[in-house]
Ligand binder design. Structure first.
Ligand code: GLN
Length: 230
């Protein structure tokens, strides 16, 4: 399983969000604390952020800990809305930058932490890679990210083995699902931070229960149970 992070709030640098926290994605790439599937997240990484309304991405097929160029530039890249991930490739999936989250349709950035049988996904076009997560992202974009909760419940019913922790943002809204893996939230006056696991010891982190949808926009956050279709 990969680990991911989403931020919506005051502008923060990619270094502050990804590299500097004591348990941030950089540390989670070699020493995740809550990861249930896989020990390392060394098969690539991606950092996406909104530059105004425009999503921009830096992705790689190499371990985050080896990327001195990103470490050098990340303190100078700041955004109010960020989606980032470190990847542990599912067996059989390609190891290439285009298979690393976040994926995009030009409006949204989306990360998937989990695994899905792509045969159950609605047919869609425009996947960036043959990786299951890239095809899942294209399916979400095609349905409309606003229907994320419904689509996750449908896919979860069609593939009971699927793990579908998804994070998506468009610069003004941050959405996330829990379906088979961990997610924590730190909601402060500065904004909303969602992460596969808390990146520090701040007592304000709360764990999101499994099979829930988090929806953050305009300073408000809702956490609702996903309908489980049987
Ligand atoms: N299945 C996805 C991949 O292979 C995500 C894997 C994960 O969450 N570890 O990239």
């Amino acid at each position: 399983m990969c680990r991911h992070l989403g931020w919506l709030g005051r502008p923060r640098s990619l270094a502050e969000l990804i590299l500097e926290p004591p348990g941030g994605l950089l540390v989670q790439s070699y020493a995740p604390r809550r990861q249930q599937h896989g020990l390392l997240n060394a098969d690539g990484w991606g950092a996406g952020f909104f530059d105004g309304a425009v999503p921009r991405r830096w992705r790689s097929a190499s371990p985050l800990w080896g990327d001195a160029s990103f470490a050098s530039v990340a303190p100078a890249l700041s955004s109010h809305c960020v989606v980032a991930a470190v990847r542990s490739a599912t067996v059989g999936m390609p190891i290439e930058a285009s298979a690393a989250a976040p994926f995009t349709d030009g409006n949204w950035l989306l990360s998937h932490n989990g695994v899905v049988n792509t045969a159950v996904l609605p047919t869609c076009s425009g996947a960036e890679s043959v990786c299951d997560s890239a095809i899942l992202a294209a399916s979400v974009f095609e349905r409309g990210v606003g229907s994320l909760g419904e689509l996750v419940a449908e896919i979860g019913a069609a593939d009971p083995q699927a793990r579908l922790n998804i994070l998506a943002a468009n610069g003004s809204r941050l959405l996330a699902t829990t379906w088979g893996d961990t997610l924590s939230m730190l909601h402060s006056a500065d904004g909303v931070l969602l992460a596969s696991e808390p990146y520090d010891d701040d007592p304000r982190w709360v764990d999101i229960p499994d099979r829930h949808l988090v929806d953050a926009h305009d300073g408000e956050v809702s956490v609702t149970a996903l309908e489980v279709i049987r």
